[in-house]
Design a protein around this ligand. Structure first.
Ligand code: HEC
Length: 417
């Protein structure tokens, strides 16, 4: 159910540790993410709540334990995270899951080596991701890390995971887990009707992806995301997900990557099921050595649903100049911004908060503009060398009509010129 990448100890050394404010023995990233979320509430640099020692640096784990200096802190950590009577973290906090236990165990048993510092900001690394306030309980990772060959300019790879839940759950928060920022270009979390290979393989062509729905997207700069209290993404029993990873590795050296997503899920269902739809268009070609701008309108049909839109994720690729989406209310009145980026940067994309009740008769207008320096035309497509004009919008309540598909608003848009 809860997966996390099982990395050989040697691989930890390749990972970027979070930038500390002191020059100290850094925790490898996979360890840091567990310890930050589950231990440092108390075992901070200045420990609180009676915790005897900090768990902030790798050296903290190698130090002699306060309660038994003949043993290392790491050895006691291994004991206490597996101790059913006196566990760490203490009740009522949830225990570490199997994958987290494994990550800590493998690292401590290999001597709790330092993690390597990041040598400068990774290309496309973006600013640090804001943390979730909910505690993520599901961590996706491929069955084995994917080997991104040297010289891959645009590689799209997919792996599946399942929540293995026996009753419906609500997903209330999403965070990216970027494993190798040097080669991970962007990734999407999709919901799928069927289970998909847990080992990363090239994604099926778009025909095979028709039943896949985008749930959350991450690209450099995107932040962790939490849903409003009123709604959660429904994960029905046995819900299947696919992580779609886009890699670019123009370097001369192969890289491995095991990126994925962390999710907060709960069996306590919120008031509404949330979902995603896409505004924008597929219909454009940006001429060679030229620019292009489209303005696309789609109206909510008279029999259409009334929904509350609460977040937007404008998305284009590298040739994008600007993107904006606005709603024109049916009854007149001024246009409402549904997520705009005036100066598009592929390297800085994120969810934007919006708040609009979309009703029948409203018109949603998306404008996209591009510059194309290449000597060939560029059109819509999923590859990094293709382009996009999507504004993904999160909304509730989920539209249940069997004829509905998340891409319909973009598909039915009428564009000029
Ligand atoms: C809510 C606060 C809190 C959290 C969260 C927490 N601890 Fe503790 N920890 C304590 C307190 C208080 C003690 C001292 C009392 C005890 O030993 O039970 C302690 C003691 C320990 C000890 C024993 C140290 C010794 O010298 O005997 C270990 C090991 C430990 N914690 C590891 C962890 C790890 C690993 C995590 C995260 C996975 C964690 N703790 C999360 C509060 C916390």
């Amino acid at each position: 159910m809860k997966r996390q990448l099982a990395l050989p100890a040697a691989l930890f050394l390749l990972h970027c540790a979070p930038v500390g404010d002191r020059d100290e023995a850094r925790l490898p990233c996979p360890v840091a993410s567990i310890v930050e979320q589950r231990c440092q509430e108390c075992h901070a640099r200045s420990p609180i709540g009676g915790a005897p020692m900090p768990l902030v640096s790798a050296a903290d784990f190698r130090a002699p334990a306060k309660s038994d200096p003949s043993r290392s802190v790491g050895q006691l950590v291994l004991e206490r995270i597996a101790d059913d009577h006196d566990p760490m973290p203490p009740a009522p906090r949830p225990r570490l899951d199997q994958a987290q236990l494994k990550t800590l165990r493998e690292w401590i048993e290999s001597g709790a080596p330092d993690g390597a510092a990041c040598d400068g900001p990774a290309p496309d690394g973006g600013p640090p991701v804001t943390a979730l306030t909910c505690a993520p309980d599901v961590h996706s990772a491929p069955a084995s890390p994917y080997l991104v060959a040297a010289g891959s300019s645009d590689l799209v790879v997919c792996y599946g995971f399942s929540l293995s839940n026996s009753s419906k759950r609500h997903i209330t928060g999403f965070a990216p887990r970027v494993d190798n920022a040097a080669v991970l270009h962007h990734m999407s979390l999709l919901q799928s009707d069927e289970a998909f290979s847990t080992t990363p393989i090239p994604c099926p062509d778009s025909g095979g992806m028709a039943s896949w729905r985008v749930v959350y997207g991450w690209a450099p700069g995107a932040q962790a995301f939490e849903l409003p209290d009123a709604a959660g993404f429904a994960a029905e029993p046995g819900a299947n997900f696919v992580v779609q990873l886009h890699y670019v590795n123009v370097g001369a050296k192969a890289h491995t990557d095991g990126s994925g997503f962390s999710l907060c899920t709960s069996a306590e269902l919120r008031g509404f099921d949330a979902d995603i739809m896409a505004f924008g268009t597929h219909e454009f070609t940006i001429p060679a050595h030229g620019s292009k701008a489209v303005t696309c309108n789609v109206a909510v049909p008279p029999t259409g649903a009334t929904t509350r839109l609460f977040a937007a994720f404008p998305h284009m690729h590298r040739l994008g100049k600007s993107i904006s989406t606005r709603a024109f209310p049916a009854g007149g009145g001024s246009a409402v911004d549904l997520g705009s980026v005036d100066t598009w940067s592929f390297d800085y994309q994120s969810w934007q908060s919006i708040d609009y009740v979309l009703a029948p008769g409203d018109v949603v207008q998306t404008k996209c503009a591009w510059n194309n320096p290449y000597s060939h035309g560029v059109g819509f497509g999923p590859g990094t060398d293709d382009e996009m004009c999507y504004s993904f919008v999160m909304y509730y309540p989920r539209i249940e009509d069997p004829a509905w598909h998340w891409v319909l608003p973009a598909l039915y848009s009428q564009c000029e010129p």
